[in-house]
Design a protein around this ligand. Structure first.
Ligand SMILES: [Zn+2]
Length: 129
């Protein structure tokens, strides 16, 4: 399936900044170490920027050293995954199940107990303290 690059009349365009739109709706990636949450230790729940769904708890956040906020588990099943073959790589994309926002990617080199690493763009998230 081919997705058009610049959807016409996309209502998200008016609601998001260009950086947010690029990541959440165009599946972009923010540069590492530039986001506001990559080294955040604050307690709370990380919600979807676009729709407010609860995605990750700060209790499952860990310092992966990658420059992106990393979690070893998502909240219940608010995060859905999909195979991503873009850029010549086979990766697993993480998306908000509720609104389809692109969040980041999931890798299987995370810590116990899940062994997963949700590598998420800060800009896709909003921390609710
Ligand atoms: Zn969402």
């Amino acid at each position: 399936m081919r997705e058009s690059l610049e959807p016409q009349n996309d209502p998200w365009k008016d609601k998001l900044t260009s950086d947010q739109y690029f990541v959440c709706r165009m599946k972009g990636t923010e540069p590492p170490f530039t986001g506001i949450y990559h080294d955040s230790k604050e307690k709370g729940v990380y919600n979807c920027l676009c729709c407010g769904a609860k995605l990750f708890s700060s209790d499952t956040k860990f310092d992966s050293g990658t420059g992106w906020p990393s979690f070893w588990e998502s909240i219940s099943d608010n995060v859905t995954t999909k195979e991503d073959t873009s850029h010549g790589m086979l990766r697993v994309e993480a998306l908000c199940k509720n609104c389809g926002a692109h969040l980041g990617h999931v890798f299987d080199d995370g810590p116990n107990p899940t062994g997963l690493r949700y590598c998420i763009n800060s800009v896709s998230l909003k921390l609710e303290k």
